[in-house]
Design a protein around this ligand. Structure first.
Ligand code: F6R
Ligand code: ZN
Length: 202
């Protein structure tokens, strides 16, 4: 006779996905992985000269995630972690590119497990607000809201995220229009500074 507890245990082990919460590591499942170094982040930081003077191979952040269903599947979820290294380009802290979801109404959760940072949230009306990221902070990102995480500490900032499998990512809007605020280091502490008006491209 099959022991029901044993088969439950086996089923749990067979699925075999494990996370290391604090490291932001996952194993036991086919994983997607992406690393962004400074060279990939052309136009992201406001001080272009400072950006050009740095080694383009410097890693700024890495993401690992699992896609249990195909991208664009309605009703599924993706799960992953992001690690942003400590550092700055000039006076601007290392941060993610940031994006709206391609399907604008899709929301997301972020949960910080290590480090110190700020989550910049911007609505389609370009009004921005900040949430402080620290171990244990949970952030609900509503739909129609661009999001970017900024590492304001001197150690890696690590957070988990869960988002709909059909959310998609719109990076172009932010690449063209930027966030309406930047998090810059002023006198040793982070300050929330309005983005300079963008030149009108003809
Ligand atoms: C997914 C999500 C995160 C980010 C990651 C890297 O919707 O918000 O997993 O993708 O933190 O940031 P981006 O994608 O802005 O380079
Ligand atoms: Zn997102």
């Amino acid at each position: 006779m099959l022991d029901p507890m044993k088969s439950l245990e086996k089923a749990a082990t067979d699925r075999g996905i494990r996370v290391d919460w604090l490291l932001g590591d996952m194993c036991g499942t086919p994983m997607q992985h992406s690393v962004k170094n400074l060279g990939h982040l052309d136009g992201v930081f406001h001080d272009r000269e400072a950006w050009q003077s740095m080694d383009p191979q410097t890693i700024v952040y890495s993401v690992q995630w699992q896609e249990p269903v195909l991208p664009n599947t309605e009703g599924g979820l993706f799960w992953g972690s992001t690690t942003i290294e400590a550092g700055r380009v000039g006076d601007e802290y290392f941060m993610t590119r940031g994006h709206f979801h391609a399907k604008r109404d899709r929301g997301e959760y972020y949960c910080t497990v290590q480090g110190k940072g700020m989550l910049v949230l911007m609505g389609e009306d370009r009004l921005s607000r900040l949430e402080i990221m620290s171990p244990g902070s949970l952030h609900y990102i509503p739909g129609h809201t661009a999001h970017r995480a900024v590492n304001t500490g001197d150690a890696p900032l690590v957070f988990w995220a869960c988002w709909p499998s059909d959310a998609g990512h719109d990076y172009d809007t932010i690449a063209k229009e930027h966030f309406s605020v930047r998090v810059l280091e002023r006198g040793g502490i982070p300050e929330f500074v309005p983005e300079e008006p963008q030149p009108i491209l003809k």
